[in-house]
Design a protein around this ligand. Structure first.
Ligand code: KIV
Ligand code: ZN
Length: 406
């Protein structure tokens, strides 16, 4: 199979600069793990493998395929994905428990670039109420987890769950220990979607300045969307020095979801001068990947979803349509083709103006006298008392004098 733009998965350099001199941000997709474990999004193994192929074609750097020790089905899905996908790292999740980590090691056998992702909670709330562990015990478990994961694979990611509600000084101690034990990627999850852009940016700056060996590892952001800030917080983390972002297609994930990959990738692409960063994604495949996920799960994105929603490149108001007809830049900040749409849509409806209706009639091949044009436009707008949009067929019938409607 031809893999457009697919890359060498063994490339793990922490500071990766693109040909345009921008920072390369690694895209870590967790649709099949954090996304799939949320209500309504369960997938079977065949669906997961199909989706993993789509992610590979899209060009993601890391696919988190599942949590092998959570069920035999999850183990099987991770195993199949590890065997089939050649152009992305395949990651499996484990708590800092030997059985979880060993299950990852077995499920990942045969992967071109296996990664084990171990995590433990670090915040005071979780230490006391979830783990019942002291700070030192948390560090001991983290070190055991990373060390055991390293006995299976070279590429180990460590996550400090609930990092954004953890004392920054303790986070530094945990990360120092994780690096010492052999972790290459340090993930900073905003597990409950609590942080704000300026806070998370400052935390990344603090970690990069204070963690020993920070220059030799990749810092990663993993943001949840409980306050609707997951994408904004991920972008702020990049400003603070994150070089990997964890995200999902359509932003699916626990509760209000994870950061949406399509939004993150396009924010970086549309504002290269601002962020100075880009991804390896073939963004023209974003829409198809979003639609594949909707088909598999049976859950559609909302019409006004950025990038992939039906209204993302649709214009109905007369003033906007008039602007679009003169220069697309008036109301669009990216080309619809760059994310996989055929084109923008000037939807004819109650808010449309004369210019858009006249333009559509011209596109349909009708050259009308002024008077006839006025009459067709008036009749077309009258249709919107009983229907939302005026279709091409409606216009054809109006021009050709046929009766429209019941
Ligand atoms: O949100 C979270 O903290 C997680 C970790 C397992 C990385 O998903
Ligand atoms: Zn998460």
């Amino acid at each position: 199979m031809h893999h457009r733009g697919l890359h060498d998965v063994t490339d793990q350099t922490p500071s990766d600069v693109t040909a345009h001199g921008t920072q390369r941000i690694k895209i870590f997709d967790t649709t099949l793990r954090d996304g799939e474990q949320s209500p309504g999004f369960t997938m079977n193994a065949a669906q997961k493998v199909l989706f993993a192929h789509a992610l590979e074609e899209l060009g993601v750097d890391v696919i988190e395929a599942g949590f092998p020790n959570s069920s035999p089905a999850d183990f099987g899905a991770v195993q199949s994905i590890a065997r089939e996908i050649r152009h992305a790292s395949i990651c499996a999740l484990a708590r800092c428990h030997p059985a979880d980590i060993d299950a990852c090691g077995s499920a990942l056998q045969g992967a071109a670039a296996p990664r084990i992702h171990v995590f433990i909670s670090t915040s005071p709330l979780h230490r006391q109420h979830k783990l019942n562990m002291s700070e030192d015990q948390v560090i001991e478990h983290a070190v055991m987890g990373v060390t055991r994961a390293r006995s299976h694979v070279d590429d180990v990611e460590f996550s400090a769950e609930d990092a954004l509600r953890t004392e920054p000084e303790f986070l530094v101690r945990v990360f120092d220990a994780a690096i010492e034990a052999g972790a290459r990627t340090l993930n900073v999850p905003d597990t409950v979607g609590y942080t704000t852009p300026s806070e998370i940016r400052a935390l990344f700056e603090y970690l990069r300045a204070n963690v020993k060996g920070a220059d030799g590892v990749v810092f990663s952001a993993h943001c949840h969307n409980d306050l609707g800030l997951a994408v904004a917080n991920s972008l702020a983390a990049i400003e603070g020095g994150a070089r990997q972002v964890e995200c999902t297609i359509n932003g699916i994930g626990e509760r209000a979801g994870n950061a949406a990959m399509e939004e993150l990738a396009m924010a970086l692409k549309v504002r290269p001068g601002y962020y100075g960063a880009d991804t390896r994604l073939d963004t023209t495949k974003l829409l198809a990947t979003s639609r594949l996920l909707s088909r598999i799960t049976g859950i559609q994105v909302q019409r006004n979803k950025a990038i992939v929603g039906l209204n993302a490149f649709a214009h109905e108001s007369g003033i906007h349509q008039h602007g679009m007809l003169k220069n697309r830049g008036t109301y669009e900040i990216m080309r619809p083709q760059d994310v996989g749409w055929e084109d923008s849509q000037l939807v004819l409806g109650r808010h449309s103006g004369r210019a858009a209706v006249a333009n559509r009639l011209r596109a349909l091949g009708y050259v009308l006298e002024e008077g006839q044009l006025d009459q067709v436009i008036a009749e077309a707008k009258a249709l919107t008392h009983t229907q939302h949009v005026i279709t091409d067929t409606d216009l054809q019938r109006l021009v050709e004098g046929e009766h429209v409607g019941p």
